[in-house]
Design a protein around this ligand. Structure first.
Ligand code: C2E
Ligand code: MG
Ligand code: MG
Ligand code: MG
Length: 270
């Protein structure tokens, strides 16, 4: 977890620095400061069970406002955190913040909501990660079965035997793992059948035109079938309209999430 210090020192003396835009340098140091000063906020988006229309869980999504109080999208700052080796410090910080929010979440919803946390590949593959998470979850007295780690297909750059070790360590503690943005990366029928994860979160690009495009509907329905065959829960992300929801209800999809149901919001506004 000391990566930031050495990485910063290397970049200072890097002759390639002229290749980095000054805008990027400003963002990078603002993000370092944000980590130091604990400036990140965690918003949560509801996940809805399609079986009974109830809120079944929340996904934690990080928000950050720069010095001009503008929200900077994670799509913009996450690549910078990765590029400058700040990702793991950020990731550990966010994990702790989310676990700290659980009592407030429970006060609002009762103590049975799933809490999904996005985990970058570098954090997931960090040797200290499983132990850190297991200890933090125990420390906070949170039932580990409620925690879902959302990883992306990028983790498959690691070899399968190493991945299996990590997955088994986490699952031995009853933590759950979701494959986010499923269908966009190095897929993966072999991965999802060789690694026993828990949830497939099908990418928004399959949901966008599910109500207008029979092929996309067919692909999505088939993913539900395959997912269930392998023992996964299937989630549709990015549901924005009633027409999409109606079509989703013609499939076996278990859970849906999207602006149609709720936008991400701070705990106190949920
Ligand atoms: P993701 O995990 O796939 O999260 C879904 C993204 O889609 C979120 O964007 C969410 O706000 C947005 N979204 C949800 N419903 C809808 C919808 O109906 N329509 C549209 N157009 N968008 C919808 P956000 O919060 O900007 O996050 C973008 C990505 O950044 C996330 O994608 C995730 O990969 C990453 N991210 C966000 N927070 C964290 C974090 O704390 N740690 C890590 N490692 N990654 C994060
Ligand atoms: Mg996610
Ligand atoms: Mg996603
Ligand atoms: Mg996505």
């Amino acid at each position: 977890r000391s990566e930031g210090i050495s990485a910063a020192a290397v970049v200072l003396y890097d002759p390639a620095m002229k290749d980095y835009s000054s805008e990027e340098m400003i963002l990078r140091s603002a993000l370092e400061e944000a980590i130091e000063q604990d400036e990140f906020l965690v918003y949560y988006q509801k996940k809805i069970s399609l079986k009974d229309s109830r809120v079944i869980g929340l996904e934690a999504l990080t928000r950050w406002q720069d010095t001009a109080s503008q929200f900077v999208s994670p799509m913009q700052f996450i690549p910078i955190l990765n590029k400058y080796h700040l990702m793991n410090r950020f990731g550990y910080l966010i994990l702790e913040k989310v676990l700290k929010d659980v009592p407030e979440i429970d006060a609002r919803f009762g103590a049975d909501l799933h809490i999904a946390i996005n985990i970058s590949p570098s954090l997931f593959l960090d040797p200290g990660f499983p132990e850190f998470l297991i200890a933090a979850v125990r420390n906070k007295g949170v039932d580990p079965r409620r925690i879902i780690l959302e990883i992306t297909e990028d983790v498959f750059i690691e070899d399968i035997s190493k991945l299996r070790q990590i997955v088994e360590k986490l699952k031995a503690e009853s933590l759950r793992i979701s494959l986010d943005d499923f269908g966009t990366g190095f897929s993966s029928l072999s991965y999802i059948s060789n690694l026993q994860l828990d949830e497939l979160k099908v990418d928004k690009s399959f949901i966008d035109d599910i109500h207008t495009n029979e092929k996309k509907f067919g692909i999505f329905s088939s993913i539900c079938t395959i997912g269930h065959l392998l023992g996964y829960t299937v989630v549709a992300e990015g549901v924005e309209s009633e027409a999409q929801l109606t079509r989703l209800l013609d499939t076996d999809c278990d859970i849906a999430q999207g602006f149609y149901f709720a936008v991400p919001a701070p705990v106190i506004e949920l």
